[in-house]
Design a protein around this ligand. Sequence first.
Ligand SMILES: *[C@@H]1O[C@H](CO)[C@@H](O)[C@H](O)[C@H]1NC(C)=O
Ligand SMILES: *[C@@H]1O[C@H](CO)[C@@H](O)[C@H](O)[C@H]1NC(C)=O
Ligand SMILES: *[C@@H]1O[C@H](CO)[C@@H](O)[C@H](O)[C@H]1NC(C)=O
Ligand SMILES: *[C@@H]1O[C@H](CO)[C@@H](O)[C@H](O)[C@H]1NC(C)=O
Ligand SMILES: *[C@@H]1O[C@H](CO)[C@@H](O)[C@H](O)[C@H]1NC(C)=O
Ligand SMILES: *[C@@H]1O[C@H](CO)[C@@H](O)[C@H](O)[C@H]1NC(C)=O
Ligand SMILES: *[C@@H]1O[C@H](CO)[C@@H](O)[C@H](O)[C@H]1NC(C)=O
Length: 631
Amino acid sequence: MYWALLVSVSTLSSFTFAQGQSQQAGNTTQDSWPHVYPGMPAGGYSPEWQTYFQVTESLPNVTWPLARNWAGNIPVQRAGHPNDTLFFWAFESSDGSFTADCDEPWGIWLNGGPGGSSLFGLLFENGPIHILSDYSVVENQYAWSTVADHVWIDQPVGTGFSTVDPTGLVPDEDQVATDFMGFLENFVKVFPNLARRPLHLSGESYAGMYIPYIAKAYFEMDNPPVNLAGIAIGDGSLLSIEAFTELPVISVLETYPQVIGYDTQVFEYFHEQSTLCGYNLTLEYPQPEHFPTLNGPISPTAAAETSMKYKKRGLLEAQRKLVAELIKRDAVSMEAGERLQARDTWKRNLAGRANGTIDPWYQCDIYYEMVDYALNFTFPWSSGHQFDVYNIPDALSPEVPIDATVFLNDARTRAAIHAPTSKDWVDYTFPVFAPTNKPTNPFGDPSIEPIAFLTELATSATAHNMKIIIYSGNDDSLIPHFGSQSRSFLSWPNTTFGGIQGFSRKPETAWYNDAGEFAGIVHQERGWTYALVAHAGHFVAYTNPISALTLAREFIFGDNPTGMVTNTNSGTVIVIGGEEPSLGDEIMRGQAGIYYGQATTASTYFFPSATVEAWDSYMTTATAILTRKPR
Ligand SMILES: *[C@@H]1O[C@H](CO)[C@@H](O)[C@H](O)[C@H]1NC(C)=O
Ligand SMILES: *[C@@H]1O[C@H](CO)[C@@H](O)[C@H](O)[C@H]1NC(C)=O
Ligand SMILES: *[C@@H]1O[C@H](CO)[C@@H](O)[C@H](O)[C@H]1NC(C)=O
Ligand SMILES: *[C@@H]1O[C@H](CO)[C@@H](O)[C@H](O)[C@H]1NC(C)=O
Ligand SMILES: *[C@@H]1O[C@H](CO)[C@@H](O)[C@H](O)[C@H]1NC(C)=O
Ligand SMILES: *[C@@H]1O[C@H](CO)[C@@H](O)[C@H](O)[C@H]1NC(C)=O
Ligand SMILES: *[C@@H]1O[C@H](CO)[C@@H](O)[C@H](O)[C@H]1NC(C)=O
């Protein structure tokens, strides 16, 4: 899938990090500009602009009193590109807080994509206004703006309601960061009190590229416009495709054995493929030495060939929700027919498969092989249900509609939030990077993955006492936690912080959400926090708003010490909140049931208990082939 993008960026680039279940994707409107609304101050940015940006007209369908909020476009100050702006929508947490001269923290949220609008986050994840599947609008009591003053920002230029001129797309991540700082410099002229208040910058998915580059730019500035106190990245893409997608396939299967119908022979097959591809890395605490370079998954040439095969066979079904309109043009029905024919032959004919050698068709793209396996053989996916790469237990087809276009493009909304009229809002826009002949990834982004400078970033963060939080939804298959866990351990690849590579102890401390439910695992060490969120997919706050809010209040904005590794005076190491060895196995089994059916008539499928028991009993004996070290 990713490599598919190497051959056909323009057609396929919306797949990987696009917003969940997006039904609207559109090309970047490369000639857009802010709309001038009545009352715009004449001079440069100053607190006088607060009145202009304040949202005072009522929003359609919003029937409850909103906290004070402000919205509009502000230029990034790129020379020669006056129409390159970012769009923001800011909500205060309590009366007067946003403009108060205080020391309270404030937050910014960034969605990924690249090209994913942060208004998706506002309206479906962690913002105060939520749009439901029937397009009605409701208050979200789990908004992060209940914890701190919070701003959702569409960036890079051209994304969502952000505007861009015909030659103004960002060439790379360094420009992304420079533009962001240029925007912030203007923003704090409008809201001067924010300049010194501690800022917590959070985001997810492809924001795993943006945020480290923004932090890097921040550390390089003599006089940064804001006081960056922490960064938080959820299900983020800080490293190579192999590392974040292929490497964890076995751990995904252990989390959701449903994907392969709890079939232990199939598990062993995938395990073998994983090992042959060099994905059998073992995490240790601390990591004693550098990890080797991964072989895989496949060379660009082989990748191109593989992707062509996929395209021909229309095996893009798993991504349908992201690019429904593109998939319609693909041969999905042909694919379904082929699948029916092939069903029953594959697994029952393991002997005929590559045995002891890398599968010639999938090569080391075992992630795609896993998705195909589910679609080919495992109910409910095999009966025409989508494999939701972002949320494994969700096999609904079609998905629940997630569509903010009606609300955001409504003339009343647009006018109230001072949105541009030169473009329509779409959830996901591409391209957001200027054409380059040296893209390092399928999205046309020529910048290296942040993992390359994470040691430096960690060092600067320590020096500035800046918190770094890496969190993951346990039900995400695309950027799952084994990858992100190893990122936060920083043992992979080769990142050292506080003089030690990786975490010194296994994360195995439980945390609980505001409803008192088990919310996952948290571990904090040397300024880094790692949180695994139970019952949450890639879009953590969408799938589990309660846990996401607790995470935000306690760990992102707060200093909850649960999971903190601490040295006592007597030299003993303790972990606050205790350690539960049962959680330290790096796998937290997902929920039992898989939702399927249509959005409105969902059922839940449970595998027969004997099947599950057989798997469990196999797992207790399979430790020899698992890549994890016993305690
Ligand atoms: C985006 O633009 C390309 C090239 O003009 C076109 O082929 C493609 O269909 C467009 N995609 C969308 C979603 O509008
Ligand atoms: C910026 O937008 C204005 C419309 O408000 C347009 O007249 C002008 O040409 C644009 N400038 C650039 C550099 O694109
Ligand atoms: C991965 O598997 C290969 C082949 O079995 C083995 O040589 C290698 O030591 C394993 N690596 C780790 C880190 O376990
Ligand atoms: C880790 O560092 C070693 C030694 O510098 C290097 O050989 C290896 O390629 C690095 N691994 C990765 C994945 O960057
Ligand atoms: C693959 O290996 C298994 C067990 O090691 C063996 O039973 C099977 O015959 C082999 N298949 C092929 C095609 O060699
Ligand atoms: C799924 O079915 C397709 C079409 O028959 C086949 O080419 C492919 O190998 C199968 N994949 C898996 C993982 O079973
Ligand atoms: C308002 O809500 C209704 C459903 O209650 C929906 O049909 C309509 O499209 C919504 N309008 C806007 C502008 O969001």
